[in-house]
Design a protein around this ligand. Structure first.
Ligand code: UDP
Length: 457
């Protein structure tokens, strides 16, 4: 008998356990990261909740394990997401620990070591669970680096008494956080201040107890923020993004995508269509729906609009849109419940994106060089909107209460006016630079260094 040499150890199969937060905007980047690492030779197990489980058939190359967490019948309290996240962390700890212990056992039998656990920053209970079975853990952050910095600034500003629990509507710039104003800070309307502060403490804790941080962002977009964060962190940060540009393409949609809109897009003129979507959680009221609808109709610009079931506070929204609206738009508009968004943004016909500025949507728009109309709803979306409009200058930030006249004017500014053309040019240029960093630059190097680190565990 001869002990395996270093070479052989490297070649033995090596498994990663991924723990995503069960929301669309968090499941997608985690599965994308899994695909990337799988393509580099790692075996992947996704350990997930019974609530909002990922669609396992989309990833036949992964193993999926559902932990018995008693969460399957939960209804998401969209008005109190942070409370829900803390509830998930409480409910998951024990069942996830048991599942992971079994996996470690099984790995020993199959001679397939688990290298580490990679968990979403919001699933912070994972640190203790990994420690319990003596596995290293790596945190995946799925919001922007600037959001992270501004969340920590909130804690500081609250301690200094500058910011109250209600947040602030002030237009003034926050010292040291250019271009963010007090009103852009991701102080949550959703959830009580104590829960918000606890949330920040929890996701910060992970920076000292994990072996590394993977960030779905990019040096081209956020170098100063990333440098500042790295200065304050003992563990290494790996900005590897946009993950969807590196991952082999496959869908991670929890809702069935309506592909008929691609056929409709095929019939439209290049750069003419406004694509509108608010992501998987944000919603609007019926008054806003009507103003957006008529602003769109009056702009005469073709549009593709995602109205997700449950995203309008009036279940009869269909009726709201029939009163003269259907006749007014004719073939000029297409409304679907859920779109294959990445494909839509990559389509030649799409010339602008009306977005709530979720981080995934923002990265997807940047990756396709599509300029934006930013209409953030809550949390980090306001930070992202500010970066789009002020730092990258590839979009218009639509603020405050607005009416159909303003909607029409804003669409024309982006789709027709010289101002919009300049934004589109900048968006194309930004896309090139991001693409370069993914193919052969900083994101590419970060990924290779991360793989080396995981191999060294
Ligand atoms: N998305 C989609 N089809 C739609 C609307 C959204 O596939 O019709 C996807 C979109 O591509 C993105 C995700 O849903 O990857 C939304 O994530 P984001 O971070 O933008 O927003 P969240 O839903 O977390 O608010």
């Amino acid at each position: 008998y001869m002990a395996p040499g270093k070479e052989e150890q490297l070649r033995s199969p090596c498994r990663l356990v991924l723990i995503p937060l069960p929301f669309q905007g968090h499941i997608s980047p985690m599965l994308q990261l899994g695909s990337i690492l799988h393509s580099k030779g790692f075996a992947v197990t996704v350990l997930h909740t019974t609530f909002n489980p990922p669609i396992s058939s989309d990833y036949p190359e992964f193993r999926f394990v559902s932990a018995p967490d008693n969460l399957s019948d939960q209804v998401v309290p969209t008005d109190n997401l942070l409370f829900f996240i803390s509830h998930i962390n409480v409910k998951c700890r024990v069942p996830f620990q048991e599942c992971l212990a079994k996996m470690v056992e099984q790995g020993r039998e199959e001679k397939e070591e688990i290298a580490c656990v990679i968990y979403d920053e919001c699933m912070h209970f994972s640190v203790a669970v990994a420690e319990h079975v003596k596995l290293p853990s790596i945190v995946l952050r799925t919001t922007s680096a600037s959001t992270y910095i501004s969340r920590n600034a909130i804690v500081r500003l609250k301690a200094e008494g500058v910011l109250t629990s209600q947040g602030s509507t002030s237009q003034e710039l926050v010292p040291g956080l250019y271009p963010l104003r007090f009103k852009d800070l991701p102080v949550s309307k959703i959830g009580t201040p104590e829960i918000f502060l606890q949330f920040i403490t929890d996701i910060n804790k992970t920076r000292t107890s994990s072996s590394a941080v993977i960030w779905n962002t990019n040096d081209v977009l956020e170098l100063p923020s990333l440098q500042e964060i790295q200065k304050q962190n003992r563990v290494r940060i790996f900005p590897i993004g946009p993950l969807h540009r590196i991952a082999p393409t496959s869908s991670s949609s929890l809702i069935k995508e309506d592909r008929s809109c691609i056929t409709w897009l095929d019939k439209q003129i290049q750069n003419s269509v406004v694509y509108i979507s608010l992501g998987s959680l944000a919603s609007i009221d019926k008054k806003e729906l009507a103003e957006v609808a008529w602003g769109l109709a009056n702009s005469n610009q073709p549009f593709l609009w995602v109205i997700r079931p449950g995203s309008v506070d009036d279940l009869e929204w269909n009726k709201l849109l029939t009163e003269g609206f259907t006749e007014a738009i004719g073939e000029n508009g297409c409304i679907v419940k859920w779109a294959p968004q990445k494909e839509v943004l990559a389509h030649d016909a799409v010339g602008g994106f009306w977005t709530h500025c979720g981080w995934n949507s923002t990265l997807e728009s940047i990756s396709e060089g599509v300029p934006m109309i930013c209409k953030p709803c809550f949390g980090d979306q306001r930070v992202n909107a500010r970066y789009v409009s002020r730092v990258w200058k590839t979009g218009i930030h639509l603020e405050n209460i607005y009416d159909r006249g303003q909607v029409e004017k804003t669409i024309k500014r982006l789709m027709v006016d010289e101002e919009g053309k300049e934004m589109r040019q900048r968006a194309k240029y930004l896309r090139e630079r991001v693409e370069l960093s993914v193919r052969d630059g900083s994101s590419y190097n970060s990924l290779n260094e991360l793989i080396e680190l995981i191999r060294s565990f």
